[in-house]
Design a protein around this ligand. Sequence first.
Ligand code: ACO
Length: 328
Amino acid sequence: MPTQAAGIIGTGRALPERVLTNAELEKLVDTSDDWIVSRTGIRERRVAAPDETTSHFAALAAQRALDAAGVSPRELDLVICATVCPDMMLPSTACLVQSKLGAKRAAAYDLVAACSGFVYGLATARAFIEAGHARYILVIGAELLSRFVDYTDRATCVIFGDGAGAAVVGPVAAGRGILAHRILSDGDYAELLYTPGGGARHPASAATVQQRLHYIKMRGNELFKVAVRSMAETVGQVLDELRLAPSDVDLFVPHQANQRITDAVADRLGIGSERIYANIERMGNTSSASIPIALDECVAAGRIKSGDLLVFASFGAGVTWGALALRW
Ligand code: ACO
């Protein structure tokens, strides 16, 4: 037993106003509402306005999570911003958020684990708090994927959306909060989902822009298979560690990558749809933001009771994946 258990004590979300529908995408690329809905479950996604930034939504979601937790920004020891859509290459988006919040005592850094960023961030916060190195930590997942998606590539532009979600992680009673987690990665699969341009390998130049290297490239079909296998296995391992079974899970909140991925994982685990939260129809895939947005929607809808066992599962570029179980 850790000396100090760590749990989620407040959540928040922030979304752009603008809704991008499948019908609008039909006008941009050779696709159809039917194809998108049947292959992904997505009907619409949010897209930020040109003057909005990742740090803007991250700070809004964070402030709402702090308000819900009753924690002031000055009490924060650490701000972790999971994102693959930073405002700039340098400095971190977490530092911009720390400044917007006035979290003057907090260290701040970005965490790059793509869609697994929120689960990775919770695992990190848990370790800090259980070890006694921090009391309150903000874990944010924030993405403006619309800035990195190629709206001439039908394989990716129909999937991704923008938004941010946040959680304040803090001390909770023994037996509550984060009970177990497992985070993993396999860089052999790095090129299944990547953005080749703009880094040290292909620094930004007229040629990289012309070759569209600053946009996300994805081999969706291969990712799909690895995602289903990894997520199902890892959830099983986390439940085994706790000597619990899928039937003990009150609410399963997976990364919203594709409805078919969620269905396949749930099917392998034997978790019925009544115990799974899905909002991909309205949000698309918001990468690291998807779990905290979904979680905050569940909290707002009164879908979670004190004592419920929640399980998160994620999979993303890297590739990275993980699962985490917590007692609410
Ligand atoms: N509209 C119409 N047709 C399309 C579209 C589209 N938007 N996109 C692809 N197609 C076509 C393909 O060109 C292909 O045509 P072909 O058979 O003539 O070559 C056909 O549809 C089938 O393509 P697949 O890629 O095999 O389709 P699949 O059923 O695998 O669905 C999808 C594609 C939706 C991308 C799916 O593979 C998927 O969701 N994969 C996981 C993606 C994902 O979750 N990525 C993110 C995970 S990590 C993270 O969240 C960052």
